[in-house]
Design a protein around this ligand. Structure first.
Ligand code: HPA
Length: 277
């Protein structure tokens, strides 16, 4: 059997031995949103280390566990702490949790992240609905023998961030009076922040925000036919936009500051998505 598939199946079986919860929405929590799971009515928690073969997250401030429960009655699985490529995992390990959540039943994937603002009109604390991404600076998680039971060899990426989900998030933000940008996310590998010249390149290429996650996850989810959407928290202006040096502390501070509003937007968007299905 294909090794990537075998590992995924081991994880799936290990999960299913412990819990039978079937989520509708899978939520990936970025920096600062890690405690979102406190707001859900929890049915089960599964530490990544309890899952056979599961890649473990090592970044400070990222807890590693799945939280299963209900967001205002909608069954969800939250990934509290993601796996980053810069930690040294293979790109197929990085997206394994996304594939796993789909196998567990999730039809919708809601990605969130902290990102640097490339668009000079943005400000730290802004939310950006992801319209599309540039994943060309990280390896594709689909490289290698195609796993046909997951999806096709050459998968179409023309409507990756589902237009109907984006409409729901836009309408939800307007209803809650939360201002929302919409733009293109570019993934670099990290872990170093970018140089000012790399940010200028990103802007020329059409990026509005940059980060170290998300696009590869979107590729894997789209391959499997999940409906997906994403929101970036602009935690800082990217390198060279202002004179300020970048720091993880600034990212964390901004994320903490806007977390309550972000959680509100995510919760109400999930409820609206479930109502439209
Ligand atoms: N660059 C890359 N990743 C990030 C940034 C940034 O400026 N801010 C938060 N995550």
């Amino acid at each position: 059997m294909n090794q990537v598939y075998e590992k995924l199946m081991n994880c799936y079986e290990s999960c299913r031995k412990k819990i039978d919860f079937v989520p509708k929405v899978a939520l990936v929590l970025g920096s600062g949103l890690g405690d979102y799971a406190q707001g859900i009515s929890v049915e089960a928690v599964l530490d990544y280390k309890e899952i056979a073969d599961f890649p473990q997250s090592t970044v400070e401030g990222h807890q590693g566990r799945f939280v299963f429960g209900y967001v205002k009655g909608v069954p969800v699985v939250c990934m509290q702490g993601r796996v980053h490529y810069y930690e040294g995992y293979s790109i197929s390990d990085v997206v394994l949790p996304i594939r796993l959540m789909k196998l567990l039943g999730a039809e919708i994937l809601f990605l969130t992240n902290a990102a640097g603002g490339v668009n000079v009109e943005y400000e730290p604390g802004d939310f950006m609905l992801i319209r599309d991404h540039i994943s060309s600076f990280v390896p594709s998680p689909l490289i290698g023998p195609n796993i046909h039971s997951l999806g096709p060899r050459f998968c179409d990426m023309s409507d990756t961030y589902d237009a109907s989900l984006r409409k729901i998030i836009r309408e939800t933000a307007a209803r809650l009076d939360i201002s929302l940008r919409e733009g293109v996310y570019l993934q670099f590998t990290g872990p170093q922040y970018e140089t000012p010249t790399e940010i200028r390149m990103a802007r020329i290429l059409g990026a509005d925000a940059v980060g170290m996650s998300t696009a590869c996850e979107a590729v894997a989810a789209n391959h499997m036919g999940m409906k997906l959407c994403g929101i970036s928290c602009i935690t800082n202006m990217a390198a060279g936009v202002t004179e300020n040096p970048l720091s993880h502390e600034e990212v964390q501070e901004t994320a903490d500051r806007i977390a309550p509003l972000f959680k509100y937007l995510v919760t109400e968007s999930i409820v609206a998505m479930a109502a439209e299905e």
